[in-house]
Design a protein. Sequence first.
Length: 367
Amino acid sequence: MIIQNSPASRSGKFKIQIRSNRIQNYPDGHKPSRIPNENYHRDYHRDYHRDSSKLKILFSLKFFLILITLNFALLTFNLSSVAAQTSQSVTITPPHIKLTLNPGEIAEGKLSIINNSSSELSFKVSTFDFIVTDNKGTPQILPPGTITNNRYSASNWIAAAPDTFTVKPHERFNFNYYAKVPKNAAPGGHYAAIVYQPVNDSNVVGSGASIQTQMATLVYFSVPGDIKESAIVKLFKTLSFQEYGPISIETEIKNQGDLHINPTGRILVSDLFGRTIENQDLEERNIFPEASLLYNSSFGQKVMFGRFKADLYAKYGKNNNLPLLATVYFWIFPWKAATITTLAITAIILTILLLRKRKQKQQEKKE
């Protein structure tokens, strides 16, 4: 440090100059940058304004994307609301009609349709044939004259009047159906569907028999005579071995006769000692001629142990006296839990034996 005399120093002030030739050791081995000059400040302000512009652009893009997302969500919500509002609801009674008529006989009855919506609905009523070809009991609506086996056709046996009408909001419309069995009708079952087709709104939901997007009342004709009544239990099974319950039992009944059947009965599940642990009624459903129907039933609880038996006791027929019987056996055993328990018990026993043996050796050494 050098203190020089100067006019300022003589007046009581000193001019201090610091000189040093010593090079300091900096952590990174480099001297610190020089004190910012005018060019540095100019570059700094230029970079600052440029970065600020970038941030503003990014913020604008994010804000724009948020607006697009909100608009899309609102549009989706509005479309869903419109779709929900356009869906109309109706109630059809009855959904099924069963008629037993001799050849040449005539019958009539009433049908009703209730408009549960807030707008008028117009309908056109037509008659079709229907058959069932799957094992789920799904009716298949077919135009008259298109069934391969015309044996079961009845679309020409029935008509509705009037066949076009309009139902006001929240009101019921009653109309009639008329049925006539031809004099040459074969004994057995014949089937038709009274189909309600919306005229002014294609998005109508109804309580009748829903066939694809159509609503219908299914008509079951039974013509007395020499009718073949035959049915078999095509399937009655479950897994032969399960670790845990509950169990699922599949039952399939095939109608081999000329007339639809409606089997009634129940399934009983019993344990190894013959005690009934659960029973369920068989769901009452019509089985179309030459078609099958699959029933699914669930029995028991998660924790079950031992050998079990399931019995089907059902009957069908005009007098409901023809039997349908089947039996299946199955085991439920939690083998994983049993294996772990056995290994644990074995390990405990072995440990106890080893400890006893070691204790005996120690006693022998002391003696």
